[in-house]
Design a protein. Structure first.
Length: 132
């Protein structure tokens, strides 16, 4: 109750002294952002249907999330495009892993494998790299 009172502005000096020390919840980490374009939704939809295409893109989102881990963030910004934010110290490892990890996703036999196109948007020194 004393911490709640301190946040409402009705705290006594004893309440303030009893409150736990401030610890930041989020820390700001310099990040690189990259756009990952799977370029596969329409091909898979045409070959195997809407549901299969949606499942494939959802699996790709999970793969990207696994690559960036807790320090990064993945946002879907289109049918099969993702904005990926990753800590600067990890961007190169993530960039090198994106292509092989996405290519390993199983697609219907009638569709071509996923060949992602990755564009580095900021915080890094390379742009528009096709990763296989």
């Amino acid at each position: 109750a004393s911490v709640v009172a301190a946040r409402r502005g009705a705290a006594t000096p004893a309440d303030v002294a009893a409150a736990p020390p401030y610890t930041p919840v989020d820390r700001v980490v310099p990040a690189a952002s990259m756009m990952v374009d799977l370029g596969c939704f329409e091909r898979i939809r045409a070959a195997a249907g809407q549901l299969t295409a949606e499942r494939t893109v959802a699996e790709a989102a999970g793969v990207l999330g696994g690559l960036v881990g807790d320090e990064g963030m993945v946002e879907q910004v289109g049918e099969d495009r993702f904005l990926v934010h990753v800590a600067l110290e990890h961007w190169h490892a993530v960039l090198c892993s994106v292509g092989p990890a996405l290519a390993a996703i199983r697609v219907p036999g009638r569709a071509d494998p996923i060949v992602a196109r990755t564009t580095l948007l900021d915080g890094a020194d390379a742009t528009d790299q096709k990763v296989a």
